[in-house]
Design a protein around this ligand. Structure first.
Ligand code: SF4
Length: 460
């Protein structure tokens, strides 16, 4: 008989894995016990509590095997495109061509946490003059220098324009160290002038037709460069098919978010949901497998919802979480304090929205890029968060600041004020460093206080 849904330690997963294998568990090529990743230096895993389902096992193994997949792609002669900053748009072009893989070098920001700073990536960035006054994305400088976490890409792209100061400085430093970058421009999303022709973006915002035309031109250049790098022509039908596949991933994630965040008792923990949401950005370097991983998770969540079971109490405070965390332990911590995540804005909402299929593919991608919450005013992001919180029945919000991040300097205050003003709900702003151990006690106090306020409000 299957055990009830629960969150278990890495050691408990070893026992569970042995039992599943004895029962005949079938796994993909990257399968195996979770604890084997400790040997790769992923020490943080021993501090986390994981979902006990085979679907979650597959999710974690998929995530933690991405480096192996990228190096295997290099050995197999595939073309590797490193896409920086845009979160979700350029990889769709890369995956339109066979034997091409895209990844985000920015994802290296997660390495110092999962390896509990033993990788030395932040120290290398320090030595290159990019110190802790910059956000943890600076870890990618060290990753490029060591070449240990991903192979050098055949083409490296990066968006500029409506880009934070940190990323601009870090990418310029990278370029100066000998990694050529294809820069492309995403302008700040601005309100339409009176009488200016407008286009509605995925998510509902309106933008001027001229801005869409400009970004479509940038997409054309990117498509040409990717084709050149691969030695193939990136045709419209390839792009249309790739958009179709991207919408498949986004559709699955939409259903998963709907089921998991709306359920009375959370059927899946916040940590696994965060990892699942991140798959939408670049598919963890394997789009087909992303679909399979999400299908498994969705089936598990549906089973649990139908059975009325979950991993947390139904009474848990419904918390909306803003911004991703490098240390996933923070998501466990909220749940230990009596909260559960009921909605999120991890800064890439545009990567979850359905891509239009009734316009030419490059224009569709341009619209997506302009729908990025981070290329518009913070006030618009705050309004969208409030609307999402209201729809999700959120009772409170956590705004998670990223240390050194220029985008967090004032944006958190803007979002918090909007939530208090519009929804009159409690909000807490916290800062989550790459490893939270030193601030665990204070984080716990603040998250517990937030949950207590929710419970008090329920009793009024
Ligand atoms: S400052 Fe914010 S938006 Fe910029 S790279 Fe860091 S986390 Fe991303």
């Amino acid at each position: 008989m299957s055990p009830a849904p629960a969150q278990i330690t890495l050691g408990q997963w070893d026992e569970r894995y042995a039992a599943l294998r004895a029962e005949g568990l079938r796994e993909p090529s990257y399968g195996g016990p979770l604890s084997r990743h400790l040997a790769d230096g992923d020490r943080r895993l021993s501090c986390l509590r994981f979902d006990n389902s085979p679907a979650a096992l597959r999710l974690w193994n998929f995530l933690l095997s991405e480096e192996d997949r990228l190096f295997a792609a290099r050995r197999e002669g595939k073309t590797i495109i490193g896409t920086m900053k845009d979160l979700g748009t350029v990889p769709i072009m890369a995956y339109a061509l066979e034997d091409t893989v895209a990844f985000y070098p920015d994802g290296a920001w997660w390495q110092p946490c999962v390896m509990e700073l033993s990788d030395g990536l932040l120290a290398r960035a320090d030595a290159m003059g990019i110190d802790e006054s910059f956000c943890p994305v600076r870890a990618m400088l060290g990753a490029f220098e060591t070449g240990e976490h991903f192979p050098a890409p055949d083409l490296l792209t990066c968006s500029v324009g409506a880009t934070c100061d940190d990323f601009s400085a870090i990418a310029q430093r990278l370029s100066a160290t000998g990694f050529p970058i294809l820069w492309w421009e995403i302008p700040p999303r601005r309100p339409c002038d009176p009488g200016e022709a407008a286009i509605r973006l995925p998510g509902g915002r309106r933008v001027s037709r001229s801005q869409v035309a400009f970004v479509t031109g940038q997409m054309q250049h990117l498509a040409w460069a990717i084709g050149q790098t691969c030695g193939k022509r990136l045709r419209r039908r390839h792009l249309a098919q790739s958009i179709h596949q991207a919408n498949r991933v986004r559709g699955l994630l939409g259903e998963l978010r709907e089921e998991a965040y709306r359920a009375a008792a959370a059927p899946l923990g916040a940590m696994e949901m965060l990892v699942a949401e991140m798959l939408a950005i670049h598919y963890c370097s394997d789009r087909d497998e992303t679909v399979a991983v999400l299908e498994d998770l969705l089936a598990e969540v549906r089973r649990r919802v139908a059975a009325g079971t979950g991993v947390l109490e139904a009474a848990a405070a419904r918390v909306y979480w803003v911004n991703p965390v490098a240390d996933l332990r923070a998501m466990n911590l909220l749940e230990e304090c009596g909260g559960r995540v009921c909605g999120t804005d991890y800064m890439f909402g545009h990567a979850l929205a359905r891509i239009p299929t009734n316009v030419p593919p490059l224009e569709a991608l341009a619209r997506m890029a302009l729908a990025d919450p981070m290329v518009g005013p913070a006030g618009q992001r705050a309004e969208d968060i409030c609307a999402d919180m209201a729809a999700a029945g959120a009772e409170a919000a956590v705004i998670s600041r990223i240390p050194g991040a220029s985008h967090c300097a004032t944006e958190g205050a803007v979002i918090a004020e909007e939530i208090r003003g519009r929804l009159a709900l409690p909000v807490v702003e916290i800062e989550v460093p790459p490893v939270i151990d030193a601030v665990m006690a204070s984080l716990k106090t603040r998250l517990s206080a937030l949950v207590e306020r929710v419970k008090e409000r329920r009793e009024r």
